[in-house]
Design a protein around this ligand. Structure first.
Ligand SMILES: *Cc1c(COP(=O)(O)O)cnc(C)c1O
Length: 404
């Protein structure tokens, strides 16, 4: 069992007040809070060894390089990648997806097909649309059902020898659905298609094993798993990363430059042009260490308890509807009150210190499917408590009284 009281002490922000009330932070699916351990690593970097990496002979630069590369190893081990050079440090999920989409524009031909899912975040839709415009490849969509689950029988019908790529999120940020990615990967591979999994929403809750999944690309952001913003990763199988052309040109990514020809650096540097987010990368490693010190099995079990409790309590409110009722889901509850705009509910909750997300959550196609403008989304992390859920439920009841 997790000692939540002690864990909460690791997060200084959780003891602050908002609008005169104790903060209840339920916007974890947008970004997670940062433990003191990670804050200390950030302060330590800027206070004691801030320097550019990979190019200095001086001690500070060496120290920064060592810590940055150690973080890459931590990330490699966490995701069980075969090689550390298969871990590309990026500015986050969006950057990682764009890097792969851009690379594939050199590999696709007219008539090739790309499959995405109806549950995607805009960052996993728009880059592929741009890619299809450039290459005249065709975008196909795996439909979803009323529970917010992908219709796997339809996925199987979409697959063909023309399918070159399949892009699906591991967990939906709007609904919390855990997608059957192992099955999707196996089926896509049977047609020779590559698979990219958007793990931004999964990594705060579970520990993916990229070799066991046999996934071709897996991407995530540090800031959803207790790390800082502006840093994330692209895992790619070595063979794929060697096949893709570089994304950006600049320093760090070259082997030799003349005006006639430039040859590119080896992995991972080929994809890491320019000075990276050095401090962010080191803090990303620290965030992974912190989460592992708590334990992903314990996190999953406790968050499931919060999900069940929150679902039960919210459903006791008359006129409240939950969107996303998949059998396999994480601690995200998207809901609306009958006849009340989600924005108004969110505003009243904020007055009571409760932070939730309202709107389309960068997933307009899901909102269109349910024919709603948006939802109120409460997303729980391992440092949340049942009494915070009680505060949410009280707030929602109050909002309903005030607004109807
Ligand atoms: C947050 C999120 C993204 C975007 O992540 P950034 O850090 O903003 O690049 C993409 N996909 C999903 C599922 C997300 O939850």
């Amino acid at each position: 069992m997790l000692d939540i009281k002690t864990i909460r002490k690791d997060f200084p922000i959780l003891s602050r007040q908002v609008n005169g009330k104790p903060l209840v932070y339920f916007d974890n699916a947008a970004t997670s809070q940062t433990p003191q351990h990670v804050i200390d690593v950030i302060v330590d970097y800027y206070s004691s060894y801030n320097a550019n990496i990979h190019r200095g002979v001086h001690s500070l630069s060496q120290e920064a390089t060592d810590k940055y590369e150690a973080a890459r190893h931590t990330i490699q081990k966490h995701f069980n990648a075969k090689h550390s050079h298969e871990i590309i440090l990026t500015s986050g999920t969006t950057h990682s997806i764009n890097l792969v989409a851009n690379g594939f524009s050199a590999l696709l031909n007219k008539g090739d097909e790309i499959i995405v899912s109806a549950l995607e975040h805009h960052s996993n839709i728009v880059p592929w649309q741009m890619l299809c415009e450039k290459t005249e490849a065709v975008l196909k969509v795996i439909p979803m059902n009323q529970d917010g689950e992908l219709v796997m029988a339809e996925f199987e019908k979409l697959l063909s020898k023309n399918t070159k790529l399949v892009f699906v999120n591991h967990i939906s940020n709007a609904l919390g659905t855990i997608n059957p990615i192992a099955d999707i990967i196996t089926k896509a591979h049977a047609f020779g298609a590559a698979v990219l999994i958007d793990g931004a929403q999964a990594c705060p809750h579970i520990r993916p094993n990229v070799q066991e999944l046999d996934v071709d690309f897996y991407v995530t952001s540090a800031h959803k798993m207790c790390g800082p913003t502006g840093v994330g990763m692209l895992y790619g199988k070595e063979a794929w990363l060697n096949k893709l052309p570089p994304y950006q040109g600049g320093g760090e990514m070259i082997a030799d430059v003349t005006f006639e020809k430039t040859t590119y650096a080896d992995l991972p540097h080929k994809f890491e042009a320019g000075t990276p987010n050095i401090c962010g990368g080191i803090a990303f490693g620290a965030a992974i260490d912190y989460m592992n010190s708590i334990g992903f099995d314990q996190i999953a079990a406790y968050e499931n308890e919060l999900l069940n409790y929150g679902t039960e309590q919210l459903l006791s409110i008359e006129g409240l509807k939950i969107y996303g009722t998949a059998t396999h889901k994480t601690s995200v509850i998207s809901f609306n009150l009958n006849g009340i705009h989600p924005y108004d509910v969110g505003t009243i909750l904020d007055k009571m210190g409760v932070a939730v997300r309202t709107g389309h959550h960068c997933t307009q196609p899901i909102m269109d499917f349910y024919n709603i403008p948006g939802t109120v989304r409460a997303s729980f992390a391992f440092y949340n408590t049942k009494s915070e859920i009680d505060a949410l439920v009280n707030g929602v009841r109050k909002a309903q009284m005030m607004l109807s």
